[in-house]
Design a protein around this ligand. Structure first.
Ligand code: NAP
Length: 482
């Protein structure tokens, strides 16, 4: 049985306007490593969602008018509180999500770093004074918060997604209603509790938990007082949310699914590429939107790369996130395991070969063996599908033009990775790959200072980077007649 020291952070109540709501009904949150119930959380519906929007709307006038440096001070204090409680929060995150504890710690540190970045960017959210053509008029712009924002977040990075959305919106002067994933509400509630403890006023951050997103989601995407919907999750749900928000001409920010190519040319440093491939595919058990989903390896080095990769994958240790040596934890639920198993089974039935893994793990439950598949082809479903599991399919290519065409033949456009020792090729590939983010001889593409987001069906807008608060700000022109 796991536990955390700061027991009050393991809170089952939703947060609406400064109240902790127990709810009349509850749903169970389970440890994916063994199925045990961790806690039962308030299972709220449309009325609670409307109450949360009320609370956010009531808190908005005071919060949006508060001095920018005061909001930044509170966001920085929130970051400090997160770091102080990092070990407990990381344990909670591993407990309900399954990832190795060291990855949970990293996620919290990254989340806190993002909050600090938003607090800093908030001090730089300037407008402009503008040159004019009309002698009798002077023009300037100011930036103002969008208003009430709803944030809908997934389970795979359930702390980072919450902090990145809510932190940026709140720093900009917006108030927020957050709906975390039904699989990972506990970490969202814990970080909301810390926000309250550092003095972020009631109603600025509200959290509505529910076991079925439909009714709550409907309110959060259509309520007239909601000005913006910020969503991270699957492309399918993102499209539906965009459709709902369109009815109210709401702003939308969408961080959706990926199908990243990971391209290795024959002139690449093979060991470097194989090392990087491990993180790019097996971090968080492969449940990562920017994860390498399709490995493209040039013909002449195909055999060598497959054996370098397989040797590394064979050493990965499968286990509960709390076991100190674990590299790869469980998947989030049975549906996720079944999807991965069916993609691999189908590929094998069409001629793919598993060099390592290729099946559910012997320890049972939600564990799937870290897998390398060779002799895969673009005709197989896993070529077009975000696998979201610990499976690395390795495709062949012969020329630069061919691999560019292959890499881009997907609706997704989130991230892409390329390994080569030719500088000119790195430039060409970086320009030609259709993705919001390119890792050129690196997979380290995430930092608060770097814009994060996709093109094509992978999303709209950017999180992080210079000017990132603009997502949550409107530009107003003011024209002064002299
Ligand atoms: P998901 O099924 O789309 O769910 C995401 C969130 O939307 C959850 O809170 C979910 O609630 C909620 N939701 C589901 N149906 C809804 C509806 N009709 N109205 C309103 N909300 C609704 O995605 P997921 O399985 O949690 O996350 C995995 C996906 O997220 C992958 O595709 C991954 O690539 C993507 N992702 C993208 C990024 C990025 O930055 N681009 C980052 C992380 C993840 P319930 O959980 O309660 O169903």
């Amino acid at each position: 049985m796991q536990t955390i020291e700061r027991r009050h952070l393991l809170s089952p109540g939703a947060r609406i306007g400064g109240e902790w709501i127990a709810g009349e009904t509850r749903f169970a949150v389970r440890d994916p490593s063994n199925g045990a119930v961790i806690a039962e959380v308030a299972d709220l519906g449309a009325d609670a969602a409307r109450n949360a929007v009320d609370a956010a709307a009531r808190a908005l006038p005071t919060w949006r008018r508060s001095p920018a440096n005061e909001r930044s001070r509170l966001i920085e204090a929130w970051a400090g509180a997160l770091l102080e409680a990092r070990e407990d929060l990381a344990r909670l995150l591993t407990w309900e999500q399954g990832k190795p504890l060291r990855q949970a710690r990293d996620e919290l540190s990254q989340g806190a770093a993002s909050l600090r970045w938003f607090a800093e960017e908030n001090r730089r959210a300037q407008g402009h004074t503008l040159p004019v053509n009309n002698a009798g008029v002077r023009n300037l712009t100011i930036k103002q918060p969008v208003g009430v924002v709803t944030a809908i977040t997934p389970w795979n990075f359930p702390a980072a997604a919450v902090l990145v959305k809510c932190g940026a919106a709140m720093a900009a002067g917006c108030t927020v209603v957050l709906k975390p994933s039904e699989f990972t509400p506990l970490i969202a509630l814990a970080v909301a509790r810390l926000a309250a403890e550092v003095g972020i006023p009631a109603g600025v951050l509200n959290v509505v938990t529910c076991s079925s997103a439909g009714a709550v989601g409907e309110v959060l995407t259509t309520e007239p007082r909601v000005q913006m919907v910020s969503f991270t999750g699957s492309t399918q749900v993102g499209k539906a949310i965009m459709g709902k928000a369109a009815g109210g001409v709401k702003k939308v920010a969408l961080e959706l699914g990926g199908n990243a190519p990971f391209i290795v040319f024959e002139d690449a440093d093979l060991a470097q590429a194989a090392d990087a491939a491990i993180g790019a595919r097996f971090y968080n058990s492969g449940q990562i939107c920017i994860g390498a989903n399709r490995f493209f390896v040039q013909d002449s080095i195909y055999e060598r790369f497959v054996s370098e990769l397989a040797a590394r994958v064979a050493r990965l240790r499968l286990g509960s996130g709390f076991e100190p040596d674990t590299d790869v934890g469980p998947l989030i639920n049975e549906q996720a395991v079944a999807k991965v198993a069916s993609l691999v089974d189908e590929a094998r039935s069409q001629g793919a070969r598993a060099v390592v893994g290729g099946q559910r793990a012997a320890r049972g439950g939600l564990f799937y063996e870290p897998t390398v598949l060779r002799d895969v082809t673009p005709a197989m479903a896993l070529y077009r599908t975000e696998i979201f599991g610990p499976v690395a399919p390795v495709y062949r290519f012969s020329s630069e033009d061919e691999v560019i065409a292959r890499a881009n033949e997907t609706d997704a456009g989130l991230s892409a990775y390329v390994y080569t020792s030719q500088v000119g090729r790195l430039w060409r590939m970086s320009e030609e790959l259709e993705a919001g983010m390119v890792g050129a001889n690196t997979t380290s593409i995430c930092a608060p200072e770097v814009p994060f987001g996709g093109i094509k069906h992978s999303g709209l807008g950017r999180e992080g980077g210079p000017g990132c608060l603009d997502e949550y700000l409107e530009v107003k022109s003011i024209c002064f007649g002299l």
